[in-house]
Design a protein around this ligand. Structure first.
Ligand code: PLP
Ligand code: CA
Length: 304
């Protein structure tokens, strides 16, 4: 792995790099936008990629959005997108259960988006919303729903001890499927507050259930497997763009894609420099092929 600064290349070499792929997978938050704010010229770059005939897929670990939500968000922020261009973890969780021919009920720790994607796949569910500790029943004894045969853990702002009790109890039966949407440990925030991400919730349920979840998001391969099944993608001519090396870049490395890190999100260049020198292969796998300050900086090279 090399970590070449795109802006240190000659114009001709950047053009050669841009011609070396015809499929683009782009992470969303930190590359295209920050929450609801689009990053400057990211939309121009993505839309130009499409105009140049490249297929573009939006690949996000965010489990709080359905594919429809993301199409709408893309359109609001001026990114061209259709539903088939979106790979998100709420949708993939439903696809995974469909691929198992799952006919029973899911206990959800997560948000409405997971419920909506399950509904579209005709899969029933329970467990949404707050589940506060019952002071009269402090051990949270509950009546098990005999129909539950899967547990999905995604981002849940109502995560609670009673939810842990329920998830771990269902998962005590080894035939119950265990799905984690993603493993991002924290959300990137600019101040001193640490906001635990979905990965922290998944690890919590893994710990109390003594099981390992099947992970839908980056860096695990399920996203790529789904993409390959649905689309014609040549890994050697595919570029993965991301802002977080332990999800996006590792995913790209696992799948044999070229990787481009943008420095508008989670990973700093100093982290990359440290991993480049590391003796450990796991750390060297986090090093991208290329990096650039911001995706929008590619715009001048894409215009004739
Ligand atoms: N999970 C949640 C709940 C989020 O809100 C976000 C970002 O907004 C993410 C994960 C990370 O998303 P991405 O993979 O697009 O960076
Ligand atoms: Ca990101």
């Amino acid at each position: 792995m090399s970590a070449i600064n795109v802006k240190a290349l000659t114009y001709q070499n950047v053009r050669r790099f841009l011609n070396s792929f015809d499929t683009v997978l782009t992470d969303c938050d930190g590359v295209l936008w920050m929450h609801m704010t689009p990053l400057p010229h990211s939309a121009d770059v993505i839309n130009l990629f499409r105009r140049l005939g490249k297929q573009v897929f939006y690949v996000t670990n965010n489990s709080t959005k359905t594919r429809n939500d993301l199409v709408e968000k893309c359109r609001t922020l001026k990114f061209e997108a259709t539903k088939n261009d979106i790979l998100c973890t709420a949708h993939l969780s439903a696809c995974y259960l469909q691929s198992l021919n799952f006919r029973k009920k899911v206990y959800i720790i997560g948000s409405e988006a997971i419920a909506k994607e399950l509904e579209q796949a005709d899969i029933s569910y329970c467990g949404l919303g707050p589940d506060p500790i019952n002071q009269n029943n402090p051990y949270s004894v509950f009546e098990k729903d005999p129909e539950v045969a899967a547990v999905i853990v995604g981002f849940d702002e109502h995560f609670s001890y009673p939810k842990m009790v329920k998830a771990a109890t269902y998962l005590n039966d080894v035939s119950v499927h265990f799905i984690g949407t993603n493993t991002d440990e924290r959300f990137p925030v600019s101040n001193d507050v640490v906001i635990p991400g979905t990965g922290s919730l998944v690890r919590c349920i893994e710990s109390c259930s003594e099981r390992k979840a099947v992970i839908m998001g980056k860096p695990d391969n399920y996203m790529a497997k789904m993409l390959m099944e649905r689309s014609n993608v040549d890994p050697q001519r595919t570029l993965m763009i991301g802002d977080r090396c332990n999800t996006d870049i590792l995913f790209g490395t696992h799948c044999g894609f070229m990787t481009l890190l943008v420095l508008t999100g989670v990973t700093a260049l100093s982290d990359v420099e440290r991993w480049k020198q590391s003796e450990r292969q796991e750390e060297r796998n986090l090093v991208p092929n290329y990096y650039i300050d911001a995706l929008g900086d590619l715009l001048p090279y894409l215009k004739e």
